[in-house]
Design a binder for this molecule. Structure first.
Ligand SMILES: [Zn+2]
Length: 141
């Protein structure tokens, strides 16, 4: 399926950009493709399973194509098939389709050192929990 390949490409791009960090969210812009956001979302989750992107929120931004009439200059989003064949204002068929047909990973949200995302997980408050390697070595006897 086209959508699955698309989702795998998105996940791969996110994994690459994350560089080993855990990804919490990914913002993706889809231009041109008439995609079903739910299908993309599901495919994204499947493709992300087992990677650092697993469980990340997908923020999908859809940018449909737009058409411009060479006759009257009207520009309109190509929301349906009719809009792609004739100008919605004057009915002329001399129109051009604009907009980019591409998929772009705009940004990702990751665990970054120094980011105060999880104040409750401050190492100082976790002493004696799971941070054994932080204990001073001389303190044991
Ligand atoms: Zn027109």
């Amino acid at each position: 399926m086209h959508e699955m390949g698309l989702c795998e490409a998105i996940v791969q791009a996110a994994v690459k950009r994350a560089d080993g960090r855990r990804v919490h969210g990914a913002r993706v812009r889809v231009g041109g493709h008439p995609v079903d956001p739910e299908v993309i979302d599901q495919g994204f989750r499947l493709a992300a399973a087992g990677t650092v992107v697993e469980g990340a929120e997908l923020d999908l931004v859809l940018e449909p194509l737009s058409v411009r009439c060479r006759g009257c200059g009207t520009e309109a989003p190509a929301s349906d098939a009719t809009a792609l064949t004739a100008c919605s204002r004057c009915g002329a068929v001399d129109i051009e389709v604009t907009g980019r047909d591409d998929v772009v990973l705009e940004s990702i949200t990751v665990d970054a050192p120094g980011q105060d995302r999880y104040p409750d997980k401050d190492p100082e408050r976790q002493q004696g929990d799971q941070r054994e390697d932080d204990r001073p070595l001389g303190g044991r006897s």
